[in-house]
Design a protein around this ligand. Sequence first.
Ligand code: UT7
Length: 323
Amino acid sequence: MIRARIIGCGAFLPDNVVTNDDLAAKVDTSDEWIRERTGIRQRYIALPGEKTSDLALGAARAALTDAGIDAGELDMIICATTTPDESFPATATIVQSRLGMGHGAAFDVQAVCSGFIYGLAVADSMIRTGAARTILLIGAETMSRLLDWNDRTTCVLFGDGAGAVVLQAHDGLGDNSDQGVLNTRLFSDGRLHDMLYTDGGVSSTQTVGKLRMHGKEVFKHAVTNIAAAIQASLDAAGLTVEDIDWFVPHQANQRILDGTARKLGIDPGRVISTVAQHGNTSAASVPLALCTAVREGRIKRGDLVLLEAMGGGFTWGAALLRW
Ligand code: UT7
């Protein structure tokens, strides 16, 4: 059976660090409130002129170097983003051009904070069906461009950044001992649109709009939906939470990470958390956390890793892989 194995990963963050105290100088908030309610201590914010494709390219180059391949060996680039450089063409095609690549296919996936999980499901399907052998999957965002900096309930939560992985086809036995993606589970419920959305868009207002969120409602759904997605992935593999070496969640709020771990009986020591450093970077959050844990030597070859995310739509999902 063909499996999609991650052969390299990379991350890229803007140079500009914005601390909670920096925000408190501009908005009616405090370091104490942000840390206690979210666990966030700082976030990276792209400088004027710094685009999603710049961050995506940085992460892409790091992932290609880590994989030891060059862009000529890629069959496909998928970029998960909700903050593209332009309404069209896809940010993935801009990265493709800047990598000097004129072959294969490049496209974006839009599932907001679940974008990387959705992109991983697409990449895994492409590889397992033989449509592609080597895929660059990027999660990249400049969420700062969508924020209402006068709305303290949202502007303190988000940050900018990018993470990327290179997936390649490998032969596996078809059981849980295989290296690579073992399963993915995707969900959405469009009826909950009004909980988290932008109040503008190409076909409605001809502006990008600003991010709007009913935080408390999103919080409640997040713990329930993420726990359900993790359980669905575990059930599909015939595994339990004890079998998983590392959980790599979407980094929205430390309290969501803790609440989900409590609900499922997960040892908090096995949950990767980078929310304090990165804030919520939407589709970039899972690959940034994954790459951080790999670079720090926590996730090692052979470990079972469960990725999960939830975002606007609502969309949510999980992916189980052996590193
Ligand atoms: O990526 C996926 C989507 N996003 C999420 O998963 C986020 C989910 N939601 C959350 O993380 C939390 O709901 C928030 C962090 C957004 C808010 O935390 P909360 O504990 O639900 O706070 P709250 O909205 O109930 O607000 C409590 C108080 C309010 O004041 P009053 O009405 O009690 O006087 C807010 O006005 O905190 C106030 N508040 C703030 N105070 C200082 C809200 N934002 C701030 C702020 N600084 N930045």
